[in-house]
Design a protein around this ligand. Sequence first.
Ligand code: 5GP
Length: 205
Amino acid sequence: MSKRGILAIISGFSGAGKGTIVGELVKKYGYAISISATTRSPREGEEEGVNYFFKSREAFEEMIDREEFIEYAQYVGNYYGTPKSYVMQQLDAGRDVLLEIEMQGALKVKEKFPEVTLIFITPPNVSELRRRLEGRGTETQEVIDQRIARAKEECAYMQKYDYIVVNDQLEACVEEMHALLQSLHCARNNQRDFIDDIIAGFRDI
Ligand code: 5GP
């Protein structure tokens, strides 16, 4: 049987650059990412089944009832959720899986799967965060203000994350993330089966 992949959650303030970093990790190093379902409308250039599965509120609520999500949360007026089957399939096939989700959802996953690693990506400071959100040009000022207000609340969650990674220079950050993710293969929490095998190997000695 192939070794199980690692599961890592990547969160951070809206505008921290998570999406770009995760995209580079997938492209360069072949990580699997979970595609979430959401009730928010597609942004310019976003595609169904690539960025998200875009759902009506009714369809999303039916998925909740059928227990199809590992977790789901509401974020600035919309639902976001992680479908269960794909993630489990990829981990069992030995692939490392990244979930890019917000903090309430991250903590729910951690409750269900204590071996998950929580990684928080942040810009170097608050003025840079604002500059990136405004520079993106895809959101109205009202939504930008809501996202900044939400980021202010989210600061407290940084305390609950295993790792904090500063995204100052994109390329350096991608390499740092890859090194961190690879090191997780050696973490005790991800080696439980191996430890059991070693102990079993000594049983008759
Ligand atoms: P955006 O609308 O900018 O694509 O995403 C808004 C927030 O929702 C981001 O913080 C993103 O990480 C988070 N998000 C995306 N998918 C999921 C999901 O499946 N579950 C949860 N809990 N959050 C998600």
